[in-house]
Design a protein around this ligand. Structure first.
Ligand code: COI
Length: 374
């Protein structure tokens, strides 16, 4: 039998610690462009398993040009956030969900899996090291980017026998320069983000590069993002790189519905999506609201908008959290989504954004969703 080493946080080696850098003022933080002083790296080999985790100064990687990450897309990542709470603790939001998804992504492209709790502890140590760089304030947080790549140096297409797991962190503000501002979308039915039996539910880098072109094409026509449709039914799946929710009202019964696409393998299993569904099921009065994960199409949205039954729409993701939608371009027309007078969202979208922010910034606790780091 072969004995290979598991990932172990207790083995961490901390080397070359830098004198803490000066945090940038919040206004200067552009999403994902500023990084903290240190990073975490761990190598894996098929022969020995996980090596010694290292926390060391942020810096370049050195890889052979034949490394399989560069040729065949052996890459996956995660995105989660640490928040400075109002009582000045630092917490990670639902890291167990991201680790679960990261392991599923790894298994799908034959990269090594690991014990989730061990990587959570290691991310905690990395954040503690750079905790002076976790920004404070509404909409600000530390974005954490765990990444796993195949590093086998060979051009044959095969199972990687070497890999590198690393984690970098980035102080961030609101994802869009415009902040919490309703966006316009263009529905895209000429390109497909994901398909049954594919990998659209995994957080692979390979799912993201092909998303840019439809977004650029939407931008040329004045929309900020594209809305992904799937199949002859033109079902709504995601928006840009986020999950998406719609709210409707049945004009005959008066009953309202919050709806998002089901996790059928074509939808990213968003942690924010899951959190919104859980909070909506806890907080919305079931005599007023149905909360459904079901298929729904752009045609349904268009038809219900024309009957005054479209109430709200918003994207959900870790980076932007909740991103309200004001209009959807579809076959040359705009479907308008109502907003509160003088505001940037509808009432439910606003409530949901607040429920989540209250938990993230430590004003309200919710089970084990906030994991204290420091
Ligand atoms: C999200 O958090 O919604 C994302 O998809 C992150 C993006 C920067 C890849």
């Amino acid at each position: 039998t072969v004995h290979t080493a598991p990932l172990k946080a207790a083995n961490v080696k901390i080397t070359g610690i830098k004198t803490p850098s000066q945090p940038k003022p919040n206004e200067q933080l552009v999403f994902g462009k500023t990084f903290t002083d240190h990073m975490l790296t761990v190598e894996w080999t098929k022969a020995s398993g996980w090596g010694i985790p290292e926390i060391k100064p942020y810096g370049n990687l050195s890889l052979d040009p034949s490394a399989c990450v560069f040729h065949y897309g052996f890459e996956l990542f995660e995105g989660l956030k640490a928040y400075r709470t109002e009582d000045n603790k630092i917490t990670m939001f639902r890291p167990d969900k991201n680790m679960e998804r990261m392991n599923k992504s790894a298994a799908r492209i034959c990269l090594p899996t690991f014990d989730s709790e061990e990587l959570i502890k290691l991310m905690g140590k990395l954040i503690q090291q750079d905790k002076h760089l976790v920004p404070e304030g509404k909409g600000y947080s530390l974005y954490i980017r765990p990444t796993l790549i195949g590093t086998t140096n060979a051009l044959g297409v095969s199972t990687p026998d070497r890999a590198l797991l690393y984690v970098i962190t980035s102080p961030v503000g609101p994802y869009y320069k415009t902040g919490f501002k309703a966006v316009g979308l263009e529905a895209t039915d000429y390109a497909t983000r994901a398909w049954p039996g594919g990998c659209g539910d995994k957080k692979l880098g390979a799912n993201y590069a092909p998303c840019i072109l439809p977004q650029l094409q939407a931008a040329e026509r004045g929309y900020q993002q594209n809305l992904w449709l799937f199949g002859p039914e033109k079902n709504i799946t995601e928006v840009g790189t986020m999950n998406v929710f719609f709210a409707f009202k049945d004009s005959s019964t008066g009953k309202k519905e919050l709806v998002t696409a089901p996790l059928d393998g074509t939808i990213l299993e968003g942690v924010t999506r899951d959190s919104i569904l859980a909070l909506a099921r806890e907080k919305l009065d079931p005599s007023e609201w149905n909360i459904n994960e079901r298929y729904y199409s752009i045609n349904e949205v268009e038809e219900r908008a024309s009957k005054g039954e479209l109430l709200e729409a918003f994207g959900s993701g870790t980076a932007a959290v909740v991103s309200p939608i004001k209009t959807i371009g579809w076959t040359g027309n705009d479907i308008d989504v109502p907003l509160l007078p003088g505001e940037q969202s509808g009432p439910l979208t606003k409530d949901i954004a607040k429920w989540i922010a209250d938990i993230q910034y430590g004003r309200v606790s919710h089970g084990n969703w906030s994991r204290i780091v420091a």
